[in-house]
Design a protein around this ligand. Structure first.
Ligand code: COA
Length: 148
């Protein structure tokens, strides 16, 4: 059974490895470790039999939750884990006082945009040449009225 847990130091290695295979601008272990100690940052890991299968995190800025990252191990994708993690952080954000959620996603990242669209996020802006590695545009998305 997959459980959603708050990450512990013991999860850091696997979480960083998932980011490394999921992102073209991955975070170092040190950066994740620092963010775990950021009072505005909140993360969940999806764990099965002690193995980390995915994670998601957001920063809470007043009543806005900004989804910073969500990633699932490549071999565990398309099994509902992305949805489980996104629902988990949205519920956590609401419990902490968030009224709306925002995020940036690469213009070419169709799987992630489809996931966000399924949860009621819609595009509000494009940030041109936002990503440093390849100059790709970012799509800015929002989900309002989280409490409904
Ligand atoms: C985006 C990501 C987290 C989705 O995780 P997942 O566990 O595969 O997602 P789920 O199985 O829960 O799928 C939920 C929905 O996402 C969308 N989706 C997921 N993968 C998709 C794909 N390859 N193509 C199109 N839609 C996709 C679909 O709408 C799907 O719903 P459906 O199954 O009813 O069609 C995963 O693809 C991933 O880790 N990608 C790399 C990291 C990344 O891009 N993160 C986003 C940063 S902004």
């Amino acid at each position: 059974m997959v459980e959603l847990l708050k990450p512990a130091e013991a999860h850091l290695e696997e979480l960083t490895a998932i980011d490394k295979v999921s992102s073209s601008l991955p975070w170092s272990k040190n950066l994740f470790s620092k963010d775990f100690n950021n009072p505005a940052a909140h993360y969940l890991v999806a764990v099965e039999s002690g193995k980390v299968l995915g994670f998601a995190g957001f920063w809470l800025l007043q009543d806005e939750m900004n989804v910073v990252n969500i990633a699932v191990l490549p071999e565990e994708r398309r099994k509902g884990l992305g949805e489980k993690l996104l629902k988990g952080i949205l519920d956590l954000g609401v419990s902490l006082g968030a009224d709306f959620a925002t995020l940036e996603v690469r213009a070419g990242n169709i799987p992630a945009q489809a996931l966000y669209g399924k949860f009621g996020f819609h595009m509000i802006a494009m940030r041109k040449k936002y990503y440093a590695d390849n100059g790709e545009d970012a799509v800015v998305m929002i989900k309002n009225q989280l409490k409904q």
